[in-house]
Design a protein. Structure first.
Ligand SMILES: Cc1cc2nc3c(=O)[nH]c(=O)nc-3n(C[C@H](O)[C@H](O)[C@H](O)COP(=O)(O)OP(=O)(O)OC[C@H]3O[C@@H](n4cnc5c(N)ncnc54)[C@H](O)[C@@H]3O)c2cc1C
Length: 318
C-alpha cells in the first residue's frame, strides 16, 4: 500500500485530527507519506516524521495561503498521478471534506467518508462506517484506486513514534479554475482555552440550563477543569451558544476523557457526537432521561445547584 495523508495546518500547527490519521496509516504499514499545503508550512513538514511519515511533500506557496479546497486538490491530484499513491487519507474537517470530495471528482476515484476505523484484511483495505444514526457499523471497501477515505474527527489519537521524515518540495501549478474562488474575509471566534475537538474535558449544556446566561455556570466549571464548553443543537438553534460548540449528528464529534452533560436529555442525535468520551457524567433532574442509559455516572438533580458546588469543589482541590 502506498498511502498519502493530507495534513491540515492551523495557526502554525499541524491539526491533531490529521496527525491521528497519519498515526493510523503508519500502523497499517506500507509506504506512508504526508502532504502539507499552504503558505509558510515547510517548517511544519518535518514534524510529520514523528507521527510515522517517511516522506513529506511540502507545497509551500503564497497561492495556498487561504484555506480553499481547489488549489489543494491540484497539489494532491499531481502527487497521486506522479508518485503513484493508491490510498489517500483525510481527517474530517470543513476544509478536508471539500478537498477529499474534490479529489475524488478530479480523479474519478471512490471516496468513503465518516469512517471510524480502517483495517487491512487479506491485504485489502476495509473501512468501518457507522450508519442508521450509529446504531450499526457498515464495512466498506473501494472498487478501484486510488482509495480515498475521510475519517470522522476525533477517531484516531496521534502517537509519536519518533521517526524522521524526508521533506520534498512540490512545485505548485494551479489550474485556472482553481484560482477562481478567493477568500474575502476570515472571521475568527474569540475563545479562551482548548477547542472542543482538542479538549480532554468537555462541559456541555442543553435546554435544561433554562436561559442563555446560565452557560456562564458551565464556563466556570470548564475553566476550573481546564476544559471546553459544548452545547446541544436545541440551544444552538435557540441562539444560546455558537454553532461551533454543537456536538452531535449535525455538529461535531468529540472524544474527550471526560464529558459532563448538564441539562441534556441525551437524544440519539446528541449521543452520536459524544459517545466516544472516556467517562460520561450526566446531571439531569429527570431520572428517566435517556442520557442516564449511557452515562457512566448519573446525578439526578437540579444543575443550577449542583454545577456551582462542583466548580467550588474543583477549585478547592486546585
Ligand atoms: C436530523 C436531526 C439532527 C440533529 N442533530 C443534533 C445534533 O447534532 N446535536 C444535538 O444535540 N441534537 C441534535 N438534534 C436534536 C435532538 O433530537 C434533540 O432535540 C436535542 O439534542 C435536545 O437537546 P437538549 O437535550 O438540550 O434539550 P431537551 O431534549 O429539551 O432536554 C433538556 C433536558 O434538561 C433537563 N432539565 C431541565 N431542567 C433541568 C435542571 N434545572 N437541572 C437538570 N436538568 C434539567 C430535562 O429533564 C431534559 O432532560 C437533531 C435532530 C434531528 C431531527
Amino acid at each position: 500500500m502506498a498511502t498519502l495523508v493530507f495534513l491540515e495546518d492551523h495557526e502554525g500547527e499541524l491539526v491533531k485530527g490529521s496527525l491521528g490519521v497519519l498515526t493510523k496509516a503508519a500502523q497499517l504499514g506500507g509506504d506512508v507519506a504526508a502532504d502539507v499545503a499552504g503558505s509558510g508550512v515547510r517548517e511544519l513538514a518535518a514534524q510529520a516524521g514523528r507521527f510515522g511519515a517517511a516522506r513529506v511533500y511540502a507545497a509551500d506557496d503564497p497561492a495556498l495561503a487561504a484555506p480553499l479546497p481547489q488549489p489543494r486538490v491540484d497539489v494532491l491530484a499531481g502527487l497521486v498521478r506522479d508518485k503513484g499513491f493508491d490510498t489517500v487519507l483525510f481527517g474530517a474537517s470543513v476544509l478536508s471534506a471539500d478537498v477529499a470530495a474534490g479529489l475524488a471528482a478530479r480523479l474519478g476515484a471512490g471516496l468513503n467518508w465518516d469512517l471510524v476505523d480502517l483495517e487491512l484484511r487479506d491485504g485489502a483495505l476495509v473501512g468501518k462506517r457507522p450508519a442508521l444514526q450509529d446504531s450499526v457499523v457498515a464495512e466498506v471497501t473501494w472498487k478501484g484506486e486510488p482509495r480515498i477515505a475521510l475519517v470522522r474527527s476525533g477517531t484516531f489519537e496521534p502517537a509519536e513514534t519518533g521517526g524522521d521524515a524526508e521533506v520534498e518540495d512540490v512545485p505548485v501549478a494551479l489550474e485556472d479554475f482553481s484560482t477562481k474562488a478567493v477568500m474575502v474575509e476570515r472571521a475568527h471566534a474569540e475563545s479562551e482555552g482548548p477547542s472542543i475537538e482538542d479538549a480532554d474535558v468537555i462541559v456541555a449544556g442543553g435546554r435544561g440550563l433554562g436561559e442563555p446566561d446560565k452557560f456562564a455556570l458551565l464556563e466556570e466549571l470548564a475553566g476550573a477543569l481546564g476544559g471546553a464548553v459544548a452545547a446541544t443543537r436545541a440551544v444552538v438553534d435557540a441562539g444560546w451558544y455558537p454553532y461551533s460548540a454543537q456536538v452531535g449528528q449535525t455538529g461535531k464529534t468529540v472524544a474527550p476523557k471526560l464529558y459532563v452533560a448538564c441539562g441534556i436529555s441525551g437524544a440519539i442525535q446528541h449521543k452520536v457526537g459524544m459517545q466516544g468520551a472516556g467517562t460520561i457524567v450526566a446531571i439531569n433532574k429527570d431520572p428517566n432521561a435517556p442520557i442516564f442509559e449511557y452515562a457512566d455516572v448519573g446525578v439526578v438533580g437540579n444543575l443550577h445547584e449542583i454545577v456551582p458546588k462542583l466548580t467550588a469543589l474543583v477549585k478547592e482541590r486546585g
